[in-house]
Write a protein that binds this ligand. Structure first.
Ligand SMILES: [Zn+2]
Length: 136
């Protein structure tokens, strides 16, 4: 935990610039917080991004014909998982899936896959990059 969010309220300009510079360096190191597009609850970060079956992104279609672009994360602390896991129609061979929801607003944000290397497959359209310094 090296990231310290700016305190609420007025921040002197000089300090702001220093923080902005720090933030940019963090971006280069590949750490970007990803939040729920609906309620802005912090879901995961790019640091937890992982690769499953050869790719980080997967373009999949469910049996109902709905298409999803999902991204793989080894951890998503802002999610909760619901339902019993099942292998039926699993997009990842050898993995059982269950629903993953935003802990902030309970909307479905993707799926959790249990198996040899458990991971979250999160819908890209449900995630938005956020700096972590939420205004208001
Ligand atoms: Zn949410």
């Amino acid at each position: 935990m090296t990231d310290v969010d700016s305190p609420p309220g007025v921040v002197p300009v000089k300090q702001r610039q220093t923080q902005a510079r720090t933030r940019r360096q963090e971006d280069f190191s590949g750490e970007q917080q990803l939040c729920c597009v609906i309620c802005r609850h912090a879901i995961t970060s790019s640091r937890d991004a992982t690769v499953r079956q050869g790719n980080h992104f997967h373009d999949r279609t469910n049996p109902d014909g709905r298409r999803f672009l999902i991204a793989c994360f080894q951890n998503a602390p802002g999610c909760f998982v619901s339902g019993n896991s099942t292998a039926i129609h699993s997009w990842f061979t050898g993995y059982h899936w269950s629903f993953a929801h935003c802990a902030g607003c309970s909307c479905q944000i993707g799926w959790h896959y249990s198996g040899e290397q458990p991971f979250f497959g999160l819908m890209v359209e449900q995630l938005v990059e956020c700096a972590g310094d939420q205004a208001g």
